[in-house]
Design a protein around this ligand. Structure first.
Ligand SMILES: Cc1cc2nc3c(=O)[nH]c(=O)nc-3n(C[C@H](O)[C@H](O)[C@H](O)COP(=O)(O)OP(=O)(O)OC[C@H]3O[C@@H](n4cnc5c(N)ncnc54)[C@H](O)[C@@H]3O)c2cc1C
Length: 468
């Protein structure tokens, strides 16, 4: 039994404080144990899953810290959870009795403006990255929430506000620094460990810990976008989807059909009533953008129309850092959002009384679809739309009820074209496999066997090493 395991289990050992202090002396970052006064506060803050109690939380400061902890956890046989933004929908960013490697202090950005590239450490959130790059009129696309970590989002794929114009986040990764299970710090790109470079773009955290990514940046300054709230009617939703599909790549959209939240800009009579809260981003010429969004404004009498030219980071809505609700989510790609599909979404929403229940759809295509299916570990390139059923809730005793509802709602949509791994919850191995066509899954399992033959990185949507 390793010293650290002994400490966690409360077994008397001769020099427990020395072993922790030794660990502390080797790391630049902080080591937090259950004996620390702020252990509970840190533990609860690191993950959407606040129940688990890790033996150690290590706040790494650089890739040497990361390599050291990987080696230590591997030698001790302890579970290692990786935490970037802490938004894992399956609760993978924490561990019961294992080590949490918290990357959130690693936020260095090294931008080359003339080259339009940036090396960014993976402790950054999408919002932090986006705000900093906006100072140069540049951006890489992430998701729809500022607080999501670029580590988890990018290793899984990344589908957000710029997806139709500039592809998925992984389509803009040029290189990475990765700590593998053997504790090595590797520089990977198309020429160096190209198989590993392929796998970390969509295969999740199975292959190593990415400490920094080199991203391609695009000129994104003033966009035409914002919030458009329309009536939640099947014909309006279907017409929105058709319009979004016909729109130029410069426009990406996300529609949340949900009870209207009590926000000041939404008229009170709609609060709690189902509405379609759409987020639109047009990146390109402002006049042209206004022309492209005009038909969306005419689909029905808007309840709220906040579509305007605005700085790109303004698309990220303010979030309360102290409010980390639990979420139940079920997701899949589908081929078409027609009136029948839209009506099923509305019927499903009407079958729950959860205050925050959402049927979200995103019309895809554009640059995302033009990347060859075998270029990265995300292969479901021809997916035309993604649908997510989501419930956010405060009372964790309700978890099963909301997960069951989300599963039932998803199943009611007859179409099924696979799933995006970053929106898979705790749904079992078969569901993880559905994120990858067989050939992709097989290749990932081979690469896993090469870089992580003991399946050390297993607190994730796991891809087991291919048996020899
Ligand atoms: C509110 C919300 C909105 C979202 N919106 C979008 C969206 O618009 N588009 C989209 O694509 N996704 C979206 N997601 C899904 C999101 O991409 C995933 O939940 C993602 O895994 C979160 O990353 P994280 O770093 O915040 O989470 P964490 O919990 O820190 O990590 C999640 C997983 O990634 C692994 N991981 C984290 N960092 C690293 C790293 N540096 N190296 C290797 N593995 C790592 C962890 O092991 C864990 O398995 C959303 C999620 C939430 C909760």
């Amino acid at each position: 039994m390793s010293l650290i395991t002994s400490i966690y289990m409360g077994t008397p050992v001769a020099t427990p404080s020395i072993s922790i202090s030794r660990l502390r002396s080797k790391l630049k970052g902080r080591v937090i144990t259950p004996q620390d006064a702020d252990y509970d506060a840190v533990r609860i803050g690191i993950s959407r899953d606040s129940v688990r109690r890790p033996a150690l939380i290590v706040r790494a400061m650089d890739s040497n810290d990361v390599a050291h902890v990987v080696t230590l956890a591997n030698e001790a046989g302890m579970e290692l959870a990786i935490r970037s933004g802490g938004h894992s929908l399956a609760g993978f960013s924490t561990s019961e009795g294992g080590i949490v490697l918290d990357l959130s202090q690693m936020k260095v950005m090294d931008i080359d403006v003339s080259d339009r590239t940036v090396w960014a450490e993976t402790g950054l959130t999408a919002g932090e990255f986006t705000n900093e790059m906006a100072k140069y009129g540049l951006a890489t696309g992430f998701g729809d929430a500022a607080s999501v970590g670029i580590g988890g989002l990018t290793t899984g794929g990344g589908i957000g506000f710029l997806v139709r114009k500039y592809g998925m986040t992984i389509d803009n990764v040029l290189a990475a620094e990765v700590v593998t299970a053997d504790g090595r710090i590797r520089y990977v790109d198309a020429n160096n460990d190209p198989d590993l470079f392929w796998a970390i773009r969509g295969g999740g955290s199975n292959f190593g810990i990415v400490t920094k990514f080199k991203f391609r940046l695009h000129p994104v300054n003033i966009i035409v976008g914002g919030i458009l709230v329309l009536p939640a009617q099947a014909d309006v939703l279907a017409a929105f989807a058709a319009q979004a599909e016909a729109a130029p790549d410069e426009l990406s959209t996300i529609v949340n059909v949900m009870p209207a939240p009590p926000l000041p800009f939404i008229p009170p009579q709609f609060h709690g009533q189902l509405v379609a809260l759409a987020l639109l981003v047009y990146t390109g010429d402002v006049e042209e953008g206004l022309r492209v969004v005009a038909p969306f404004r005419k689909l029905a009498e808007p309840i709220v129309d906040l579509i305007n030219p605005m700085p790109y980071p303004a698309m990220y809505l303010p979030e309360d850092p102290n409010h980390i609700a639990a979420a139940a989510i079920r997701s899949k790609f589908i081929n078409q959002i027609d009136e029948r599909t839209a009506q099923i979404m509305l019927d499903q929403l009407n079958s729950s009384d959860a205050p925050v229940r959402i049927a979200q759809f995103r019309v895809l295509g554009g640059a995302m679809a033009r990347v060859p299916a075998d270029a990265t570990a995300f292969a479901l390139r021809s997916s035309r739309a993604m649908v997510n059923f989501i419930v956010e809730y405060a009372n964790r005793d309700e978890a099963d009820i909301h997960s069951a509802w989300a599963s039932k709602a998803l199943a009611a949509l007859e179409q099924d074209a696979g799933v995006y791994v970053n929106f898979v919850a705790n749904e079992g191995q078969a569901r993880v496999h559905q994120a990858y066509p067989d050939a992709t899954f097989e290749r990932l399992a081979e690469i896993k066997a090469k870089y992580d033959p003991t399946n050390f990185f297993r607190r994730n949507h796991n891809i087991a090493p291919k048996a020899k």
